[in-house]
Design a protein around this ligand. Structure first.
Ligand SMILES: [Zn+2]
Length: 79
């Protein structure tokens, strides 16, 4: 597993695996986010789904979730 400098915590750690996002976003996550922060996001994701009662088969809910993920991981700064 490659080491990366994490955009969120600033530590040099192994990159996130088990990233289910594809395309450019998936590539960005894998190359910018460490496995620790990714695990934290996965915990947070579950809480957000429960809090907002999201249905991830709904595209609007999925894009809401993607936005939350970018905020959480600090990917908005990266553009
Ligand atoms: Zn990190």
């Amino acid at each position: 597993m490659a080491k990366i400098e994490c955009i969120r915590c600033g530590n040099e750690r192994e990159q996130a695996s088990d990233v289910l996002y594809g395309g450019k976003l998936g590539d960005t996550i894998r190359s910018s986010v460490c496995y620790v922060c990714w695990a934290e996001w996965q915990d947070t994701e579950v809480k957000i789904i429960n809090e907002y009662r999201l249905d991830l088969s709904d595209p609007n809910h999925r894009s809401f979730m993607t936005q939350k993920m970018k905020e959480f991981l600090g990917l908005l700064k990266a553009g």
